[in-house]
Design a binder for this molecule. Sequence first.
Ligand SMILES: [Zn+2]
Ligand SMILES: [Zn+2]
Length: 230
Amino acid sequence: MIIKQFVITSFQQNTRIVACEGTRKAICIDPGEKCEDIVDFVHDNDLELQAITLTHGHLDHVGGTADLHIIFPEADVILHKDDEDLYYGLPQQPLFMGIAPHQMKALGFDYADPPKLTRNWIHGEIYAVGDLKFKVLHCPGHTRGHVVLAEETERKVFVGDCLFEGSIGRTDLPGGSYEQLMDSINGKILTLGDDFTVYSGHGSETTIGREKAKNPFLTGVYQMTRGKFI
Ligand SMILES: [Zn+2]
Ligand SMILES: [Zn+2]
């Protein structure tokens, strides 16, 4: 598996090109903003970008979809249906982050309408990228339609903003739910296996085993109810 990471946007978001070495088929997971290095990487490595795959609909994960799709118009654009409102509402998303309309352009948050989705993720489906087989797991909590992509042979999982090294995704934005997020992490992500490498939407790589042992949200160090520490 080829994994190339680009840390972009003012949110230090991890955009990745993930490809099958043998077939050169590739996906871009979460293009956060326009980035010519991503396009160059695809071309320079003789990859075929089959899809722009989105873990969820937040602006720092989908903001580069329109520009990337202009260059790769044949690529599918895939998102879970429960995040379609976020995705198609991209130009309005800065408002609920407290950015005023007159500030959007200066701060780099003036988004065009994103391209039409080609299709939606379905929980439990196997999504093939050449010889790679990703299991799609619907993991709501950070957003309603968040998914993670797990490659069981390679033991790698792309978790977006569900889980981070030493932390978990925020649940205070529209559609967020702490209870749902913990159910998703405990019931769907941690059960994949301790040896899985975890690729998060922000920050460093980690493993499921390490997070089970050290992440204070998972070890019980932080006991939270209804979003408040007790
Ligand atoms: Zn997010
Ligand atoms: Zn994010």
